[in-house]
Design a protein around this ligand. Structure first.
Ligand code: MIC
Ligand code: SF4
Length: 647
């Protein structure tokens, strides 16, 4: 039988295990990317593992998240990252060069290659036909050192696109429709492959908007074919040499097929507080809007901002609206500056922001109390904007521009119906200037590594205890995100300092959690987290495992756990247990004692454990499904311990 695209790329990179949905496999990683917020820890781990250079074809370290530089911490991190990059042969994309995923797509992504990134939106690279996967920093560190990346061989869902998008309907509306169908949970272990006649109507940045938000579905990766459109894009980026064709075989099989007729789509929005909470924009018509922010790794390409400029030209933003615009990369910014589109955006009254994550990670432009904020990024989790009472809606750039003019929610198809539409044509040649990317990829073994006082130690852990004498230190509900566990925003600058950052674990849900957990730990009691479905959605931040580990958390017991977070828990020696019977979630309350014996034998064997509460004699059965490799890591107290033993 023929192969689909996902199988073609994965099978050509397998170094351990055998193809087949559900099998654990190890694949060779061709390229890696890190960003500064996850990168400092990834490189501390890379150093702790004792590698002397990167072994990949290409590894790039980006600085795009922590660029506020309020205090010395961010600048210290940047200096550390730059020096580590020089020493080990990593390319270094300087602050201001753009958001990692946008820059990587423009300058480095290649069809048929594997890319592993310490950021959950790494699958953006699927827009150019890569198998691009998000992971925790430690997994990326191992891949940089030449080790395989382990994953579950995915079940592949095909999204068959037909027709073509109408004016004012956008790639964002395609992925919002997919989210509407598949929702944000239940997709762990799947990959999405786009196909059908509609594919050829979408250019690479549009495809990348769609693959970017595959992260919100919880799938491992999303991939488009590599076709003439891909070739033209690479050519315009001066990189045609790296093009290869990539298509599914005619008899390729899929786990499931979903059909979307692009011609039937309408402008949509993801409503508070989940990217899967989708509604047609016309249903929100007339709702007053306070803030509109256009940017992020999802929707800030040249095409997107040219369209925004076209809509704003010779018009004014509604006076009660703050409009912020941020180009996804310096390439985009320079091009719209040269061709005058930036002047149209500024002339309309927009605030122009740096080409970084900025508002998307909640470290700037927090909305006012109860404000309605309309954004083009990918996540609208509760509180992520920096303002818990704000209502955040996610839309396309064309809808955002129309809403900024109207001051209320509008459907751009109706609002802009009479606006003359010039189709945005991809330039034959983008503005190419890689001078903001330092290094050649060769290591400089004599380079000194710069460690300011914000650079802490890599995390360490003891091996897994045989008996847990614990307490349910917190009980949370469904769809708890890594933003809920480890807030970003103004706490981001502590990423390189685990004890300090650990003070903010579950800050928004339970501000006393950190102190309480630490006190338990100091009294010799183990902490257990009780959770509902889809625990650990969202970001790849491994701090959502490292900081709980620091506070003495030994086990998470949930109804289900998301892929990247589950891997991070194992990497840092926290047992990812699942209720055998989901109804048992009701049997454990915060503060209950949780005793578990025979932990080591159970983990080495079938993974069946009994949680007992000696006070009320309630017992709850849980299971820990582990591969042999994962068993070794968990018993050693995490991947760093396990690798140190084997090196
Ligand atoms: C995000 O969008 O949530 C982030 C910030 O990019 C994270 C990474 C991080 O927490 O540093 C992600 O998506 O993985
Ligand atoms: Fe940055 Fe936002 Fe993209 Fe995360 S989702 S990489 S914070 S722009």
């Amino acid at each position: 039988m023929g192969k689909n695209i996902v199988e073609k790329i994965i099978d050509s990179h397998i170094v351990e295990g055998t193809p087949g949905a559900g099998n654990e496999i190890g694949i060779r990683i061709d390229q890696t990317l890190t960003q500064d917020a996850t990168g400092t820890m990834a490189y501390l781990e890379f150093e702790a593992l004792g590698y002397d250079r990167v072994q990949t074809e290409l590894s790039v370290s980006y600085v795009d998240h922590n660029t506020i530089q309020e205090g010395f911490e961010n600048a210290d991190d940047h200096a550390y990252l730059e020096s580590v990059a020089r020493r080990y042969g990593i390319r270094f994309s300087r602050p201001g060069n753009g958001i990692c995923h946008q820059v990587h797509l423009e300058r480095f992504g290649l069809p048929g290659k594997t890319l592993l990134g310490s950021d959950s939106h790494t699958p953006t690279g699927g827009g150019v036909g890569m198998a691009a996967i998000g992971a925790g920093g430690l997994d990326v560190a191992v891949a940089m050192g030449g080790g395989p990346f382990y994953l579950t061989y995915p079940r592949v869902i095909k999204v068959e696109l037909t027709g073509h998008l109408r004016n004012w309907v956008s790639a964002k509306d395609v992925i919002l429709r997919v989210l509407d169908i598949l929702s944000t949970r239940g997709n762990v272990g799947c990959a999405i492959e786009y196909g059908g006649s509609g594919v050829a109507t979408l250019d690479v940045p549009e495809r990348a908007t769609i693959t970017n938000m595959g992260a919100e579905l919880g799938v491992t990766m999303s991939v488009f074919p590599s076709d003439d459109v891909t070739r033209e894009w690479l050519k315009a980026q001066g990189r045609e040499k790296g093009w290869i064709p990539l298509a599914a075989d005619p008899d390729a099989a899929y786990d499931r097929t979903i059909e979307i007729n692009l011609s039937e789509l309408v402008p949509m929005a993801a409503c508070p507080h989940s990217p899967g909470n989708v509604a047609p924009l016309k249903e929100l018509d007339g709702m007053k809007v306070d803030q509109v922010l256009i940017g992020s790794c999802t929707n800030a390409s040249f095409r997107d901002l040219m369209l925004v400029a076209q809509i704003l030209k010779d018009r004014k933003v509604c006076p009660h609206v703050t409009l912020g615009v941020s180009a996804g990369s310096r390439q985009v910014l320079e091009m719209i500056a040269h061709n005058g589109a930036l002047a149209d955006i500024v002339g309309a009254g927009a605030r122009v922001l740096e080409s970084v994550c900025g508002f998307c990670i909640g470290n700037s432009l927090a909305p006012g109390s109860d404000a309605v904020s309309v954004r083009t990024n990918n996540r609208n989790f509760f509180g992520r904007s920096g303002t818990p009472s704000a209502q955040v809606y996610l839309v396309s750039p064309e809808a955002a521009a129309a809403i900024a003019l109207a001051g209320v929610m509008v459907d751009p198809m109706k609002y802009l119906a009479t606006t003359h539409f010039h189709e945005i044509v991809q330039p034959a040649r983008f503005h190419i200037d890689d001078s903001m990317v330092a290094g050649t990829g060769a290591p400089d073994r004599g380079a000194a590594i710069v460690r300011g006082p914000n650079i802490g130690e890599p995390p360490s852990n003891e091996s897994c205890p045989d008996t847990l004498a614990g307490v349910a230190a917190i009980k949370v509900g469904d769809k708890v995100t890594t933003d809920d566990i480890m807030p970003a925003g103004n706490r981001l600058k502590y990423r390189s300092n685990v004890p300090r950052y650990a003070e903010f674990v579950f800050e928004r849900t339970d501000p006393e959690f950190s102190a309480r957990a630490l006190a338990n730990k100091n009294e010799g009691r183990h902490n257990v987290i009780i959770a509902g479905d889809s625990y650990g959605q969202g970001s790849s931040r491994e701090h959502a495992a490292i900081c709980p580990m620091f506070l003495g958390v030994k086990m998470v017991v949930a109804k289900s756990i998301e892929r990247i977070h589950r891997a991070n828990l194992i990497n840092f020696g926290i047992i990812p247990a699942l209720f055998v019977d989901g109804a048992d979630y009701e049997k454990i309350e915060r503060g209950d004692e949780v005793h578990v014996s025979g932990v080591r034998d159970a983990l080495a064997g079938e993974g069946r454990l009994e949680l007992r509460n000696p006070k009320n004699s309630i017992s709850v059965a849980v299971r820990v499904d582990l591969s042999e490799r994962e068993k070794g890591h968990l018993l050693a107290g995490g991947l760093i311990n396990a690798m140190r033993k084997s090196i």
